[in-house]
Design a protein around this ligand. Structure first.
Ligand code: CP3
Length: 351
């Protein structure tokens, strides 16, 4: 495949771009009527595990909005599923993993054997999406971070206070480390498989790293993500790390070797640029709830984000976290048009 001139990949490499690229986290999902139609017929796990359905849903937001990158439709929890923990999505309650991983004996029930084979539906979906995209839009693969996967595996379900993982962290850190090491191997092998199947960048979602006190974030989350970035280096594909939790965490990821760092909406993007923008490109960081707002305010908030980089490359426009399921679709259309129009002007004025 010849080197493609994609805005998304060029911005990550800080090469000159004629405008800022945009895609949004969770762009394939419930705010789209065409997604809900697929979900009327098939449950969520079936969509993830059926390459034809995962491909269709991956392409839906690209067709409708013309985003500058596609992200594979899947879920971070397919790894615990492949390791042998039972995964269910309960209506209105989100994911459930059982039994919870609480004791050493629970860890021994997990197995890395045949991981790629068990997740081959993901590789097949990637190949299918690449073929459908036909070199017009780049495809992002993804995984959860070891720490974020561990929170779901230990808690068994979404949680407010993260009691069980914190209990393990402070009462038996060796046990938690053992699980995180296993997950690091799983995530690395999984992302290698995705890259070999055709993912042109990979993003690690560290959604819950920010629940750790700053001084433990390095040891229990960043450390393992750095290992993953290092092990993927030979593949020459950009690795993006998205942690939710602010400027201190970004500082700890500065020497991670990641090509791009995600910035959550609570963090000041200009401050983030000053702190880590010289080492990595940055992605973000419009508050997802801005999209409930009125057009003038959406426009102003977009301008604020775009002005941080002005005509410079090294920025991929995104939300500061995933899009919410009840966002009006016309506001997403407005967002994409505004980002494209405003950034073309910014880039041509000075460039
Ligand atoms: O970005 C994309 O469009 C690709 C698809 C994608 C999904 N999940 C689809 C999904 C991605 C990248 C994810 C990542 C993911 N999954 C994360 C990390 C990113 C983040 O938002 O923090 C996490 C923590 C999960 C785990 C997960 N999956 C939860 C907690 C839930 C239930 C809550 C919710 O948002 O519904 C899911 C379900 C899920 N994953 C849905 C989708 C479209 C909704 C399922 C449905 O159709 O009912």
């Amino acid at each position: 495949m010849p080197d493609q001139n994609f805005l998304y990949l060029n911005a990550i490499q800080k090469k000159p771009v004629e405008r800022t690229p945009i895609w949004i986290m969770r762009q394939a999902g419930r705010y789209l009527p065409e997604y809900l139609k697929v979900r009327d017929k098939y449950d969520f796990i079936t969509v993830c595990k059926t390459p034809e359905l995962a491909t269709e849903v991956t392409l839906q937001p690209i067709r409708r909005f013309g985003f500058d990158a596609a992200i594979l439709f899947s879920d971070i929890l397919v790894i615990p599923d492949a390791l042998g923990q039972k995964l269910e999505f309960l209506k209105d309650h989100g994911p459930k993993l059982s039994p919870q991983i609480l004791q050493d004996k629970d860890i021994t029930t997990l197995s890395l054997n045949g991981l790629e084979e068990k997740l081959s539906y993901v590789a097949n979906a990637i190949k299918m999406v690449r073929s459908e995209l036909d070199g017009k839009t780049p495809l992002i693969g993804f995984s959860g971070s070891p720490f974020t996967l561990a929170t779901y595996m230990i808690e068994g379900k979404p949680t407010r206070n993260f009691k069980h993982i914190k209990q393990m962290l402070y009462s038996n850190p060796e046990r938690l480390t053992k699980l995180l090491e296993m997950l690091t191997t799983a995530v690395t092998r999984y992302l290698k498989m995705q890259i070999e199947a055709g993912a042109q960048a990979v993003q690690v979602f560290d959604t819950w790293g920010g629940i750790l006190p700053t001084h433990l974030y390095g040891l229990f989350s960043a450390h393992f993500m750095k290992q993953i970035v290092k092990d993927l280096k030979p593949y020459n594909v950009p690795v993006v790390l998205f942690s939710k939790g602010g400027i201190d965490l970004l500082g700890q990821l500065a020497n991670s070797g990641a090509a791009m760092l995600g910035v959550d909406w609570m963090t000041d993007l200009a401050e983030a640029r000053q702190k880590v923008g010289h080492v990595s490109a940055l992605q973000g960081n419009l508050d997802p709830t801005v999209l409930y707002g009125k057009k003038e305010i959406i426009r102003q908030e977009i301008t604020k984000v775009l002005n941080v980089f002005g005509a410079d490359s090294g920025h991929v426009f995104n939300l500061g976290h995933g899009i919410l399921p009840d966002i009006p679709i016309e506001n997403v259309e407005f967002l994409v048009e505004e980002v494209k129009n405003q950034s073309i002007k910014l880039h041509s004025k000075i460039g």
